[in-house]
Design a protein around this ligand. Structure first.
Ligand code: NAG
Ligand code: NAG
Length: 454
């Protein structure tokens, strides 16, 4: 194998057992970074994707909940992203196969489990490089349909492929996107510390041969990071993983660490805090990352909601999740309205037309063009054991042109959602913050950081 130094995971795990940093590293790219979008376009695109995600995943089951259906950002979502309608934000890059590792670019999704990439395609969407060619890998092996993985219904739908005993799968997402193909196992190659390559053999993934739905042109499949047995953290038996998103307006990649990240304090610009993951509701949301939100402060006002309002109700609705696949944080309508009111009463600026008429849309203020970006009231999320004091750039976007004609100004990058939806902490709010999913200790650790220096 060429000039690359290959380490094996066993070595890395042995290193981490002795306490040395040994995380594998992968680069994340934001779908919109470096593509020349204006801030207004970025905001609209984020709002559209978040809305689609809320709609597809957290629509109340029939007969439940109000029909004040995810009333997010009507004016800002006007228009369509058309062909580019897809729901993922960050794409993780690594490679599969030997001797020549073939690139994959998978949507980072903490909301699903399966890891799959397009391969030997019959029906495929456009992707940035040729789909995985299974004949070109020496180490690729099929997985029997009698394997417990295939038989035990861990996949939503699976069985024996006609003619051989390979594990055939069908995996669908709530937004009706789907992938069908065979489960294979092969060697995955990641970056290791010191610029080396870490090859991890025998990892199972979906080889998607028929794929359709809301997939973007910068990705070749999906990397599930939820808590189920087929997700990438489970396959790699990771005690923890982390990411640090660079800001959306710069076109840098963001680092992701699979394993225990190096010195967490290294590029910190604030304190290290943590909050426990809490029990997720049963059913389809059971593998998501729930945390406990206890209150919200806007400037000088503590909003009149306590922990019980943010907790999971009736065993299924509500709750608070951290979701790197959602662009924008969203709150159930009553909370959103109260938050909006608190900002309106504390910001001495006119409200943009776009949001003046509808109390459930994203809030934008107007400033005169020459003025520098105005200060905004603080926004603090009070979590169990931690106060997440968001920096201005993690909840405000200074948009050049809010509403045709009315001018520009700061927009709150916060959405409303249906009353029964969970509160979702999205990735815009996580910029320049190193977020560690500590699976071993069952907690979320976060620290403000210079992500571009990590
Ligand atoms: C796949 O790889 C095989 C073996 O290297 C090669 O012969 C074949 O042309 C490749 N197929 C495509 C579609 O590139
Ligand atoms: C705001 O909306 C009103 C009513 O639609 C319209 O008359 C007015 O011109 C708008 N203002 C700006 C600055 O666009």
């Amino acid at each position: 194998m060429c000039a690359l130094h290959v380490l094996f995971l066993a070595v890395l795990l042995a290193m981490s057992a002795t306490g040395h940093a040994a995380a594998l590293r992968a680069d994340l790219r934001h779908v919109d970074s470096g593509r020349g979008f204006t801030k207004r376009e970025l905001l609209r695109r984020m709002a559209t994707r978040s809305r689609a995600r809320v709609d597809s995943r957290w629509s109340p089951p029939p007969g439940r909940g109000a029909n004040a259906h995810a009333a997010v950002t009507a004016p800002l979502t006007r228009g369509t992203v058309g062909k580019e309608e897809f729901n993922s934000d960050y794409v993780i890059h690594f490679a599969i196969g030997t001797p020549q590792p073939q690139p994959v670019a998978l949507a980072l999704d903490t909301g699903s489990d399966l890891v799959w990439t397009q391969c030997d395609c019959d029906v495929c969407f456009d992707q940035p490089f040729p789909a995985l060619n299974t004949s070109a890998s020496d180490t690729l092996r099929g997985v029997s349909c009698y394997d417990p993985l295939c038989a035990r219904g861990r996949l939503k739908l699976s069985g024996c492929a006609a003619g051989d005993n390979l594990c055939l799968y069908v995996y669908s997402y709530a937004d009706k996107s789907m992938t069908t193909g065979l489960i294979f196992e092969d060697t995955f190659s990641f970056k290791a510390p010191n610029g080396k390559v870490a090859a991890v053999p025998n990892l199972r993934f979906g080889c998607g041969m028929y794929n359709a739905g809301k997939f973007g042109p910068t990705e070749s499949g999906v990397a599930g990071f939820a808590r189920g047995p087929l997700s990438l953290p489970s396959l790699l038996k990771l005690p923890r993983f982390s990411h640090c998103f660079t800001t959306l307006v710069e076109s840098r990649t963001s680092p992701m660490f699979l394993g225990t990240p190096d010195n967490l304090g290294a590029q910190a610009t604030g304190p290290i805090q943590s909050t426990p993951f809490v029990r997720s509701p049963a059913g389809p949301f059971g593998t998501l990352y729930y945390i406990s939100l206890k209150g919200i402060t806007v400037g000088k006002t503590r909003l009149p909601f306590d922990a019980s309002e943010f907790a999971v109700k009736d065993g299924i609705s509500g709750g608070t999740i951290i979701d790197s696949g959602s662009s924008i944080t969203s709150f159930p309508l009553p909370v959103f309205r109260s938050l909006r009111k608190a900002f309106m009463s504390q910001v001495p600026l006119p409200v943009a037309n776009v949001s003046a008429t509808d109390p459930d849309t994203m809030l934008c203020f107007l400033t005169s063009p020459k003025k520098e970006a105005p200060a905004m009231p603080k926004l603090i999320l009070h979590l169990d054991g931690a106060d997440w004091d968001l920096p201005r750039e993690n909840y405000v976007l200074d948009v050049e042109d809010v509403d045709d004609g009315s001018g520009g100004g700061p927009c709150l990058v916060i959405n409303s959602a249906d009353e029964s939806s969970p509160t979702i902490i999205g990735n815009f709010q996580q910029q320049n913050t190193h977020i560690v999913y500590d699976l071993e200790k069952n907690k979320l650790v976060f620290v403000p950081a210079r992500c571009d220096k990590l």
